[in-house]
Design a binder for this molecule. Structure first.
Ligand code: SAH
Length: 394
């Protein structure tokens, strides 16, 4: 199969020679006139050397590179990349009888830019972020069902909100293979419903798995506030860890009902848990000082783009300042940022400012990150997004 051709400007091959997987539109000297959104393209340096193959897209990131040689992007390609991704998850020990929820493909981190796949028991939930992956969805779904051990039985495609709106692809969220069976998955022995049909992202935030487990170790006897709880992940870990009480807060009523269902699934009729559909800032303003001695702050991305960085940092400072002001002495704060545009240093500085404002003695106990099934491609440092601090507040 011949791919459309893209020729780069002089010198613009350099980052690609270091395997960075993006070609920006400004780097392109010439492209085939017939080139269209989502096309498979071969990228050449200005002097005609092949650099590799990728997916073309209209926008600032014009090509997402899939190979750095002449390997074809076909069924065998996807099967091999998915098998390699699965090997990594096997090495991580994520496929166990007490754990069947994990991320199988994390875009650039698994050398498949534009593609995210989460596994929930026998169902793979797949999200395309690029038109190229949208066009490849059937090949990818077939490759998923051929993975060893019959891991994937159903493939749900969920790209209505992830594909570029301007591409006019009109994707429909639906099963490509199989159909609905159970929506209950298991993470570290705890059960939860995954609402991939209507929930955020693929239905659950698998990226907090290790951080939830760490929280469990701190929960014994504590009064826990899980702010921005979504489906209640941190809450049911806190309960297993022996918390005295757990309050979950989210502004979405749907999230609160999912949280209640999940707590009920693991701890039926347990009076220690209560959930509130309220705005986080209001809740923190109105709550009594010292009511909680373990607080989780895991807000949505405050900065989706670099342009929103300044406001995002103010947001993190204000939110954390409220927690420092109210947390009981000897309290532990788990605070996160999932904004890719905010780096580790900037986040730490925002939390530092909030701590200083409260004039309390604060120690950093742990510095947290995204888990290993959300790997960072070493050639693509932009893949780092989740940052967290665990703080002891005197
Ligand atoms: N901690 C969760 C993921 C959080 S996602 C987990 O472990 O799964 C962010 C959540 O914040 C979403 O559920 C969203 O509904 C909620 N949210 C957004 N703005 C909010 C606000 N102002 N107050 C309370 N919750 C908010």
């Amino acid at each position: 199969m011949t791919y459309k051709t893209i020729i780069l400007k002089r010198g613009k091959e350099e980052s690609l020679q270091r395997f960075h997987p993006w070609v920006f539109s400004g780097a392109i000297a010439r492209a085939d006139e017939s080139i269209e959104e989502g096309d498979l393209v071969s990228v050449y340096s200005h002097d005609g050397c092949l650099i590799g193959n990728g997916h073309y897209q209209i926008g600032s990131i014009a090509v997402r590179m899939l190979t750095f040689d002449d390997t074809a992007i076909d069924a065998a390609f996807y099967e091999l990349r998915l098998t390699n991704a699965l090997r990594v998850r096997e090495a991580l020990g994520l496929m166990r009888s007490d754990n069947n929820a994990f991320r199988l493909v994390h875009g650039e981190g698994d050398f498949l830019p534009g593609l995210v796949i989460d596994i929930y028991a026998g169902t793979a939930v797949m999200q395309a972020h690029s038109p190229g992956m949208h066009f490849g969805r059937d090949l990818i779904a077939q490759a998923l069902t051929r993975l060893p051990g019959g891991l994937v039985k159903n493939v749900y495609y969920k790209s209505e909100t992830t594909l570029p709106y301007k591409a006019h692809l009109d994707p429909v969220n639906d099963y490509i293979i199989g159909s609905y069976d159970s929506d209950v998955a298991i993470e570290n022995g705890l059960k939860f419903h995954v609402d991939w049909l209507k929930g955020q992202k693929t239905g659950f935030f698998v990226d907090q798995r290790e951080n939830r487990r760490l929280l469990e170790h701190y929960a014994q006897g504590r009064k826990v506030l899980n702010m921005f709880c979504y489906t209640g992940g941190f809450s049911f870990y806190a309960m297993r860890g022996g918390a005295q009480l757990v309050h979950s807060v989210d502004s979405s009523a749907k999230a609160i009902s999912l949280t209640n269902d999940n707590v009920e699934l693991n701890f039926p009729d347990d009076p220690r848990h209560e959930a509130f559909a309220e705005d986080a800032f209001k809740f923190l303003d109105n709550m009594a000082s010292d009511a909680y001695d373990l607080i989780i702050l895991d807000p949505p991305a405050f900065a989706k783009h670099k342009s929103a960085l300044r406001n995002a940092l103010v947001g993190y400072r204000k939110l954390n300042a409220k927690a420092f002001e109210k947390i009981a002495p000897g309290g532990i704060l788990f605070t996160f940022s999932c904004s890719q545009a905010v780096n580790r240093e900037q986040f730490r500085l925002a939390v530092f400012s909030a701590a200083a404002q409260s004039r309390r003695r604060v120690r950093i106990l742990h510095q947290l990150a995204q888990p290993a099934d959300h790997p960072i491609n070493i050639y693509h440092p932009e893949g780092e997004y989740l940052k967290g601090l665990v703080l002891y507040v005197e």
